[in-house]
Design a protein around this ligand. Structure first.
Ligand code: IPE
Ligand code: IPE
Ligand code: MG
Length: 256
């Protein structure tokens, strides 16, 4: 599906645009440290960057944006930082959900939300419900998400169905497993962006990133703005996605 849209855009002479962008928003702590501020201030500045990039996605007509807000490994951080991140999460939801709703943004969360306190958990459910009929940008927030967790949960569900006799083991294929994973309602990410200079996946969407174009920038997340986002989009547009084929084959089907 993503491939078809890219082809249509290229034939129309437009720059191919990713349908779905997935971002690891990294570098908040270092941004704050460089300014002799507490790390928490970096996270607050990070929320502003989220606003900018959500707006940029809406303006450019991107269908889906998945943001890594808190990984299943981030619980290993000092208790104080985790607590402050949770407070910021709650405050940001209170402040932003109505505006996002008015802007026709559909909010979804991926990750194990049972680990959050009941108030936050309820706010996440409510934000999803409130925006469920919006058909503009789909904004997915990965919170207490881990790619391995995602795969284990999906495997468990399929195994349970097999044990219950609803499914034979031979029927399990990659489409079926993919349908059990988070974000199964969205096209797989076309473009992955990680800010903050590290070049790693950090247990993000492990399965879903199989054919995603990867883009890394040294900019710290609070510095990331619409111009920097456009640079990533330009890099994406300049790439040839081959999906296992040869470059000549891709060229031929583009011209056909
Ligand atoms: C990303 O920024 C935000 C979260 C993980 C919540 P970091 O907090 O990881 O920032 P650095 O990597 O320490 O600079
Ligand atoms: C990944 O960033 C998770 C989020 C941005 C939420 P980290 O800063 O936690 O990743 P590592 O630990 O450097 O790999
Ligand atoms: Mg980091």
């Amino acid at each position: 599906m993503a491939q078809q849209q890219l082809q249509a855009e290229m034939q129309a002479g437009q720059q191919p645009l990713p349908l779905h962008v997935a971002i690891i928003m990294d570098g908040n702590g270092r941004w704050a440290k460089a300014r002799k501020l507490p790390r928490y201030m970096g996270h607050r500045a990070g929320v502003k960057a989220v606003r900018r990039i959500v707006e940029a996605c809406r303006q450019r007509g991107i269908q889906a944006l998945t943001l890594f807000a808190f990984s299943s490994e981030n619980w290993r951080r000092p208790k104080v930082e985790v607590g402050l991140l949770m407070d910021l999460f709650v405050r940001t939801l209170k402040k932003e959900v109505s505006r996002l709703d008015r802007n026709n943004v559909r909010i979804q969360f991926i990750g194990d939300r049972t680990a959050f306190n009941p108030k936050l958990h309820a706010m996440m459910d409510a934000a999803e419900q409130q925006t469920t009929n919006n058909d503009g940008l789909t904004l997915v927030i990965a919170a207490n998400y881990g790619g391995r967790w995602d795969l284990v949960e999906a495997t468990r569900r399929l195994a349970a169905r097999a044990v219950a006799g609803e499914l034979s083991v031979d029927e399990i294929d990659s489409e079926m497993l993919g349908r059990e994973l988070c974000n199964a309602n969205l096209p797989e990410p076309d473009l992955f962006i990680r800010t903050g200079g590290e070049q790693r996946i950090s247990n993000y969407l492990l399965w879903q990133l199989a054919y995603t174009e990867l883009y890394f920038t040294d900019l710290l997340w609070p510095e990331f703005d619409a111009a920097a986002f456009d640079e990533a989009l330009n890099s994406f547009a300049s790439r040839q996605r081959r999906f296992g084929k040869t470059g000549d084959q891709v060229e031929q089907s583009r011209r056909a």
